[in-house]
Design a protein around this ligand. Structure first.
Ligand SMILES: *[C@@H]1O[C@H](CO)[C@@H](O)[C@H](O)[C@H]1NC(C)=O
Length: 430
């Protein structure tokens, strides 16, 4: 059986190569041109997968208990009835049709929508509640009306693929134990089948967000096999829809070139890489110019991959100051409230507040940094900012940053010149 599948894979590749330019040829069946177009998107983070730092108000009542740190423990503590009503109220209000209208008006052409396996294939014993899918259905209708494409993103897998709160459950990485991988495949199949008729809007499905490839708990070969199996399920359900694979924090060129490229028999595959410069002491210690130069350095890295490559998460933040960004109750490296970190400066209004309330110097630094990143991340297939909105983390709020003029409009205009074409630092005062 295996050899037949392999033969089919080879046959597909040969047919594609005979067609001349396989990517261009097959891409015609997608309703977004990932060859000629640039993905410009925002993540609808904190909607169907809660993150305490995006919506602290939902977690505040339990913050001092120590027992509630993620959607899993929040649901557990609330119990099924209360969890259902709290979460449904959130799902119905956090993102509305007006958001899709504004997203489109800003020139954005994609949204990435994180969803947990528990919305698709809940497992016995889970405290999670359901009801996300009818709202997601409605959102796809809003996207269609607004002319925005949707990348559906499986953000949480059974057992947690990274141990972050954004997987639904903070703590141990237990994905790849027991039936967790086959249950993840089942969730992908549910997702792909449900939206098989919406390929005019759902142009891409991401198999799994941020599996912790660096962790000894995970086997990278098992991740690769999961990607092939997930690819097969999406192809079976949705035809040519792009399949998005996260880089698992491995190098986009040296590790991933050669894998699931057109030569290996796969087509319409997007590699997703996330670029943050804030999750280590050294990175939060970088000056604004170093942040810009580092961002610019990604330009050639991204351009040198052998498949479509999207920076599926990035931010305006140059620090990890946002309240609970590192987990509910955990401090920041930047101001040394994170265990074992070194003080670099005060978090001030970057901890909690509004875009308008940011200090002038922070606004300027952010605006330069965002423009440099837009330049660098369009060197290949484009980018998706994290996030569209937050309750009180100003550097992460694409909507308000744009309204405030700190993200350019149109998205292709530049106020600060071509920062990636010079080695001179253009950020004022640096
Ligand atoms: C975003 O803008 C809205 C509307 O002005 C405001 O209520 C909210 O506090 C702002 N949030 C941030 C983080 O800037």
């Amino acid at each position: 059986m295996l050899s037949i599948i392999q033969l089919l894979g080879v046959a597909t590749a040969c047919v594609s190569i005979a067609c001349g330019n396989p990517v261009r040829q097959l891409e015609k069946r997608l309703s977004f041109d990932y060859n000629g177009g640039k993905v410009r998107g925002v993540n609808l983070g904190g909607w169907f997968v809660l993150e305490p730092w995006i919506t602290p108000s939902l977690f505040e009542p339990y913050a001092s208990s120590g027992a509630v740190v993620d959607e899993y423990t929040l649901s557990q503590t609330l119990g099924p009835a209360a969890a259902q009503s709290v979460l449904e109220a959130h799902w119905n209000t956090w993102i509305t049709e007006a958001d899709f209208t504004e997203i489109a008006s800003f020139g954005l052409n994609h949204v990435r929508i994180p969803i947990g396996y528990w919305a698709l294939n809940p497992l016995p014993g889970d405290p999670y509640v359901q009801g996300q899918l009818p709202i997601l259905d409605r959102a796809i209708g809003w996207a269609r009306s607004a002319g925005v494409k949707v990348m559906l993103d499986l953000h949480g897998a059974p057992g947690s693929q990274n141990g972050y709160d954004n997987s639904g459950r903070k703590g141990a990485i237990q994905w790849q134990t027991g039936d967790t991988v086959s249950n993840t495949i089942a969730a992908i199949k549910t997702l792909a089948d449900r939206y098989a008729a919406d390929a005019d809007v759902v142009t891409a499905i991401e198999l799994l967000n941020e599996p912790a490839g660096y962790s000894s708990s995970l086997n990278l070969d098992t991740i690769k096999q999961f990607y092939w199996d997930g690819y097969g399920n999406v192809r079976a359900g949705e035809g040519d829809t792009a399949v998005v694979i996260h880089d698992a924090f491995e190098d986009v060129q040296s590790y991933w070139n050669g894998f699931m490229n057109t030569g290996s028999g796969a087509y319409n595959v997007i590699l997703d890489t996330h670029i943050y410069q804030i999750f280590s002491d050294a990175e939060v210690g970088r000056k604004p110019c170093a942040h810009v130069q580092t961002a610019c350095g990604y330009s050639s890295t991204l351009a040198g991959t052998d498949k479509w490559t999207v920076v599926g998460e990035w931010t305006g933040a140059q620090t990890d100051c946002a309240k609970w960004l590192n987990g509910l109750g955990t401090g920041a490296r930047y101001d040394a409230t994170f265990p074992g970190s070194t003080y670099h400066g005060d978090c001030q209004t970057k901890y909690q507040g509004t875009v308008d309330g940011l200090l002038e110097v922070d606004k300027v630094n952010l605006a330069y940094y965002v423009e440099a990143q837009l330049d660098a991340y369009e060197s290949h297939s484009g980018w998706i900012f994290w996030a569209w909105k937050t309750e009180s983390a100003p550097e992460w709020h694409f909507q308000n940053l744009t309204r405030a003029g700190l993200i350019p409009q149109p998205l292709t205009s530049r106020r600060f010149g071509s920062q990636c074409s010079t080695t001179t630092c253009l950020v004022p005062g640096n």
